[in-house]
Design a binder for this molecule. Structure first.
Ligand code: ATP
Length: 536
């Protein structure tokens, strides 16, 4: 296994290069991933990690707005999939784990990507990604020999600009980070940083099922950090070495994998479907309802169909563009050996269709592996048959927080030529700041602070007193604040104006009604144009 090393200068993220002061890409109509990185740094969402020392590839720090946005995404996910469902409970496992966890799961031996090295400049790159970029084929899961053969057959050279060096043979590279837990550094104290949150749901399976008194179908969910020593981290938050995941392991009785009592909630939901057969026959993806995809046996189990639809809906309900999603079935070459069926929820990023969420039917592979390695009984008892059984993980929705942030940021990003600035049309539920309180002139700051104090008990709000009022509106539009509340000379303690980010319309409202109106607007029970009174 390769030791984690300091990345070569060529790997460092673009956005960490000088100058340190970001130029604001406010003129950009459709941002690229590089524009988005510059925008996020300029506005205080995301900073390159260790930037003053030249950065560390694949690691990012969240600024104030980034923390709020990420927290809102995570809280909303938790609320939707854990707190609102009687069949799912949560855990929060440790990041550093006993090495046996990752031996049993297969990660220590097999969590590898194929790496190729340039014989001239020594730049290392991920073999399957190079093939995908240059040959436009799906290369995930190809062996090192197949990668080498395809590179040689197509005479591919070093991808670094101007190098063109010959590429060496593909080599396996393990992505696990490790450390030593204890006062010595040897094999006995070696401990791995988890490369996914998932395995902790299996190692805690017995405790969780006992304490939550759960019987299948049920799920265990977790949000937390994961670490992968990616060969070539890139595309800003899309591929990092440290990132957060939101994952569910959903357990079903093996005889009931088609018995989904919630299917009727989503069976008429339409999504773009790209089955392995369509990919093999070079056919384009087709829009289909979940019901049809199940009827035609494209999606193999009802539960898988249910979870794929739920995952898509979660994004759409938070404001993402439904047309930019598709589900893609894994080809035989890329599917894990234990998986019955695997689908990725993909999103059309500016750099192409990419995985947003992986969703494998993992069967009983993990529970059996941990039972074998730990010599613990991880079976459940079937009251009807009076027999023990291993439940099947019929779907494992697994999604990165950073990739979700990118989706919401890209879909919210609008350049308004009239305003001559960016308007980040984030859904109010995930907007980092819900209301900005502004005083027209400094003389009115005390009154504005009273309004801020009144609102802060109910929503995340900001008090902004510097710059012209127009500049303050623009600043809040750019960071996605849905409403600005302004105190002007006419306010006199009794009323304020409220401005809508998306339409720029304003209404005068009584201070006594402000909290209630703001709450209704944010919850979506009131539209801005329904607020009584004249539009200003
Ligand atoms: P990819 O094929 O893009 O490398 P993967 O198939 O290895 O992804 P999974 O192991 O299925 O990814 O992980 C589940 C989810 O975790 C992914 O869909 C993604 O949202 C997120 N994720 C995985 N690796 C990274 C990473 N290096 N940086 C950011 N998010 C990641």
């Amino acid at each position: 296994m390769a030791k984690p090393t300091t990345p070569p200068a060529s790997e460092k993220p673009k956005q960490s290069q000088k100058p340190n002061t970001p130029s604001e890409p406010s003129h950009v109509v459709t941002p690229t991933i590089e524009d988005m990185a510059v925008f996020c740094k300029a506005k205080g969402f995301v900073y390159p990690n260790s930037d003053i020392y030249g950065g560390l590839a694949g690691c990012f720090d969240l600024g104030h707005l980034g923390v709020e946005l990420a927290n809102n995404i995570k809280q909303h996910w938790w609320k939707t999939f854990v707190q609102s469902r009687p069949d799912i409970v949560g855990i929060d496992g440790s990041i550093i784990n006993n090495q046996k966890v990752w031996k049993a799961s297969g990660h220590v031996d097999c969590f590898e990507d194929v790496m190729v090295e340039c014989e001239k400049c020594k730049h290392r790159t991920r073999g399957d990604h190079l093939l995908e970029e240059k040959l436009h084929i799906h290369a995930d899961g190809l062996s090192k020999d197949d990668v080498t053969k395809l590179i040689q057959k197509n005479k591919l050279t070093c991808p670094l600009k101007g190098c063109n060096g010959v590429l060496g043979e593909g080599k396996q590279f393990n992505l696990m980070f490790y450390t030593f837990a204890g006062p010595s550094a040897d094999e006995t104290t070696k401990a791995y940083l988890r490369p996914e949150t998932a395995q902790l749901m299996f190692t805690n399976f017995r405790y969780v099922t006992e304490h939550a008194r759960l019987k299948p179908p049920f799920g265990i969910a977790q949000i937390g950090r994961a670490f992968r020593n990616e060969i070539s981290p890139r595309d800003f938050l899309f591929r990092c070495r440290e990132f957060e995941q939101m994952e569910i392991e959903y357990f079903v009785h093996p005889q009931k994998i088609n018995d989904c009592p919630f299917l009727n909630e989503v069976e008429n939901h339409t999504i773009l479907v790209w089955s392995s057969e369509m990919q093999e026959k070079n056919q384009a993806p087709k829009p289909m309802t979940i019901k049809d995809a199940l009827k035609q046996k494209i999606i193999l189990t009802a539960w898988h169909g249910y979870w794929l639809a739920q995952s898509h809906l979660w994004f759409v309900r938070l404001g993402a563009d439904p047309e930019k999603f598709r589900i893609r079935q894994h080809l035989k070459t890329e599917k894990s050996h234990y998986a019955l069926d695997t689908w990725d929820l993909e999103y059309k990023f500016p750099f192409g269709w990419k995985e947003l969420q992986g969703m494998a039917n993992r069967t009983d592979f993990d529970l059996k592996q941990h039972a074998l390695y730990s010599k613990t009984d991880l079976q459940l008892f079937d009251e009807d048959t009076k027999e023990k059984f291993y439940p099947h993980v019929v779907a494992e929705p697994s999604q990165g927080v950073g990739r979700a942030m990118l989706v919401f940021l890209f879909d919210a990003y609008h350049y308004d030529p009239q305003r001559e600035n960016v308007v980040l049309k984030l859904h109010p539920k995930i907007a980092p700041v819900k209301v900005a309180v502004l005083s027209l002139v400094n003389k009115l700051n005390d009154e504005a602070m009273d309004v801020f104090n009144q609102l802060k008990e109910h929503v995340v709000c900001a008090f902004d007193k510097s710059g012209s009022i127009g500049r303050r509106y623009a600043r809040n539009d750019e960071i996605g604040t849905p409403y600005c509340v302004t105190i002007d000379f006419d306010s006199q303690g009794k009323d304020v104006t409220i401005r809508d980010r998306d339409s720029t319309k304003q209404k005068r409202v009584l201070r006594t009604e402000l909290v209630s109106l703001v709450m209704q607007l944010l919850q979506g029970t009131l539209r801005f144009d329904q607020i009584p009174g004249k539009t200003l």
